[in-house]
Ligand binder design. Sequence first.
Ligand code: PLP
Length: 424
Amino acid sequence: MTATTAAAPTASARERSYEELESIFAGIEAPYALVDLDAMWSNGDEMLARAQDTPIRVASKSVRCRPLLAAMLDADVRQHPARPGAQRGSPGFRGLMTFTLPESLWLHGHGFDDLLLAYPSADRGALAELARLDPERAPIAMVDSVEQLDYMEDASGGTGGGRIRVCIELDVGWWPLGGRVKVGAKRSPVRTPEQARALAREIEARPRFELAALMGYEAHIAGLGDHPLGKRMQAPLIRFMKRRSAAEIAERRAAVVAAVREVSPVPIVNGGGTGSVHLTAREPAVTEITAGSGFFAPTLFDRYSDFTLTPAAMFAMPVVRRPSGSVATLLGGGYHASGAAGSDRLPAPYLPRGLRLDPLEGAGEVQTPVTGSAAASLRIGDRVYLRHAKAGELCERFDRLYLVSGDRIVDEVPTYRGEGRCEL
Ligand SMILES: Cc1ncc(COP(=O)(O)O)c(C=O)c1O
């Protein structure tokens, strides 16, 4: 991708019509995946506006395309003057939050040098390689226990190996009713200021490690829509939970940061995700927010009441048969999203408007029948555009992404998969 493409100008962020996409993709065979750069940048603007003056670290797992990640980090004020955040002097997008250690090392080898690995690694070979890098530029590894420190030491040269920067992950789940109810992802056992300080002391006591960051991801706020599909009754409860939990996290995270700084001047305090940018940005203790999915705006992010994004990533599948006058059947299309299985994890027919999945077949391995008002007019060889429920997972299904801006395809870039990578 060229610098010119990376700096694609912002058109107004409006949803595209079927006819528009069909005219842009005339002559290109489906299946294919595309990213509408105009929508992607406007979603970036939206997140920066919510982040106020806090920089955003881009979640690589939610993009999984190296040229796009590079473009996001390059999209500074000069290249992108229309961005609301830029006008207020926002520091913009800074660094990547990565998802596997081999991926982080690969990105590092391609010149990305501000990398925070969000999940612990037990990959001995990759840990050994990490310890051989310049620690100031190497990815920061995630830990939440002494056992992991022992493991990393053992895997990477014992007590005499190279220095590794680490980040402590804090559990930011909501535990009301004296802990009888626990809401939040089951991630770190480190929850209190005392626990965090004790782990910080252990890190500081080991010459192999340097404490560089603290991270707490509020998945039950950032990754949970306010009005989930098919669960309308839960909406008020979810909003209540989010409000209470955000207030509790702000207080506890500040106390944890203060406790850890008694031991070490930890410079990075990371929190948040696309769904919580505006809430996490209110916490004075937080130095940066992570977000990634918002760029692509998959369907799970249609279900938040505080912000609106524009669909940017989608894929097109061809109609291959007509079982009846009211059904058109697409080839393949069963690209389900990860997480607890439910209809919200299915891809959604997007364009032409007025299509839906068949409730008995859903989206299938070899075929996806669609019904609804637009189905009757679809013919063999027509394309249907679908949106994935999550962001980066779409890139595990396609080698390339067509990048669209204005009324044309401006570039074609490889996904991680297209570069021969097989991530999680
Ligand atoms: C540690 C961490 N931070 C932040 C995020 C938010 O990413 P996104 O903005 O893509 O939802 C995630 C998503 O899973 C995460 O695991």
